[in-house]
Design a protein around this ligand. Structure first.
Ligand SMILES: [Fe+2]
Length: 294
């Protein structure tokens, strides 16, 4: 479930055995766990340990690094600039780390960086938006097209004296294939015309493929199924303050139950460049359904 690494540096070079173990574990659906490499806040950055930094509408504060655009925050002016600089320092560090740890992943694309300063426990959301329920990631407006992977790197920056010891608590569910076997018979049909229209209207960034529709369907079906949420096999895991973790969230069933003050960097990655492309969700779903999904 958790594959621990004794790494304490954000930059390589890392030993060939370490790199090989990281890639194999990641592609097999493990959560890589780095308990000894904290992302340290500067003295002036500890003021960002404050849930009031969000604008109250978005779940997270996000940084589109390519445009230098910060969204979802109540901060403005100089404070917003310093907040963006902290998130960017994390995002650039995470990118360097992932590139050094997984040198075979050349071409991994850095997407958005987010800061999640609000306590997860006790928040009220619609079922579909409630990430305290087991799910695989699939985003309505961000199609992955030909099965591009969603890889995410997290850091818990909560102070240890925070509520509950500051740990971020997750449930991690069953292997993707077992989950997909249960839920693929229930997925809604794909309407290519609708995907085309959504792409044209700008509802989606690009056009959804049959794979995107299936992943959205699986995400929603799992969250809507109260029985599954109650009885599905899962393990409870904890990421303490100062730890980081890396996981393919399009494949690993996860639920974020509690925790505040986490940073997150999303990456996208081509299936064809994986060491074992057959383990990618698109390949698993194509095998199970006998259909080409992109
Ligand atoms: Fe998620």
């Amino acid at each position: 479930m958790l594959e621990p690494f004794d790494i304490d540096s954000w930059t390589g070079p890392f030993a060939p055995e370490t790199r090989a173990r990281a890639q194999a574990a990641l592609e097999s659906g493990a959560v890589l766990f780095f308990p000894r490499m904290p992302f340290r806040l500067g003295n002036s950055e500890t003021e960002f340990l404050d849930a009031r930094l969000t604008d109250g509408k978005a779940k997270n504060i996000s940084l589109d690094w390519s445009r230098g655009k910060l969204q979802g925050t109540s901060a403005s002016g100089e404070k917003a600039e310093r907040l963006a600089a902290m998130i960017e320092r994390f995002g650039a560090g995470a990118t360097r780390f992932v590139t050094d740890l997984l040198p075979n992943y050349s071409g991994v694309e850095r997407a958005r960086t987010s800061y999640r300063p609000v306590e997860v426990e006790g928040r009220a959301y619609s079922r579909i938006k409630d990430d305290r329920l087991l799910h695989v990631d699939a985003f309505p407006s961000r199609p992955m097209g030909d099965g591009k992977r969603i890889l995410r790197f997290f850091a818990n920056v909560a102070p240890p004296k925070a509520k509950g010891g500051g740990a971020r608590r997750w449930h991690v569910g069953e292997p993707f294939e077992n989950f997909a076997q249960k839920f693929t018979p229930r997925v809604r049909p794909h309407f290519p015309g609708q995907s085309w229209l959504f792409g044209k209207l700008g509802v989606t960034h690009g056009q959804r493929s049959a794979y995107d529709e299936m992943m959205l369907s699986l995400h929603d079906a799992a969250k809507r199924d109260a029985e599954y949420q109650k009885h599905a096999p899962h393990s409870a895991v904890e990421f303490p303050p100062g730890s980081c973790w890396l996981v393919y969230t399009d494949m690993v069933l996860h639920a974020a139950l509690a925790g505040e003050f986490a940073l997150e960097q999303t990456f996208h990655f081509d299936v064809a460049k994986m060491g074992e492309p057959d383990k990618a969700p698109i390949k698993v779903l194509e095998r199970l359904t006998g259909k080409t999904l992109a």
